[in-house]
Design a protein around this ligand. Structure first.
Ligand code: THU
Length: 157
């Protein structure tokens, strides 16, 4: 028997410690929450993705009366990015959220399982990891890759 432990490196940073582009992505993810359509949960999520062509694409959660038909912010942004710029590589994704009180959540949220599975497909190689910034009002976390969000993922690549 051989045991293998998988660890996920999470770096906590202050907003001031972010680089200019990281700050811009967090700001855009926060702004994207205002374009969320969340009449059912009242939980507004925004995502901003930096592509290697310099473009930044944003998305927000879009809900539906038939609940499972809605889409999370991360997948809205990822699918929009890939359908608009199919040849561009993802560089960084920033995620922010506002709760029912309308303020940004104190602690960052992390993508749901379905979004993790969808997102890793946009990180085809470990050599080109997609940085993940999880933004909360009180704490900001940075993860080094999408894959680190979903160890032992279902994947063929
Ligand atoms: N949601 C996201 O957009 N991203 C996540 O990572 C988690 C949840 C959305 C789905 C739903 O519209 C609302 O937040 C409440 O679950």
């Amino acid at each position: 028997m051989r045991r293998k432990d998988i660890t996920v490196p999470v770096t906590e940073v202050t907003f001031e410690e972010l680089s200019d582009i990281q700050r811009r992505l967090v700001a855009l993810a926060r702004q994207a929450t205002y374009r969320s359509y969340a009449p059912y949960s009242h939980f507004k999520v925004g995502a901003a993705i930096l592509l290697d062509n310099g473009e930044i694409v944003t998305g927000s959660n879009q809900e539906n009366a038939a609940y499972p038909s809605g889409t999370c912010a991360e997948r809205t942004a990822a699918y929009y990015a890939h359908s608009t710029y199919p040849d561009a590589r993802f560089v960084t994704i920033a995620i922010a959220a506002r709760g029912t009180d309308d303020d940004e959540v104190e602690l960052p949220i992390s993508p749901c399982g379905a979004c993790r599975q969808a997102l890793i497909e946009f990180e085809p190689s470990a050599d080109e990891p997609v940085e993940v910034i999880l933004s909360g009002a009180r704490r900001i976390f940075i993860l080094p890759s999408l894959r680190s969000l979903l160890p032992l993922a279902f994947t063929e690549f």
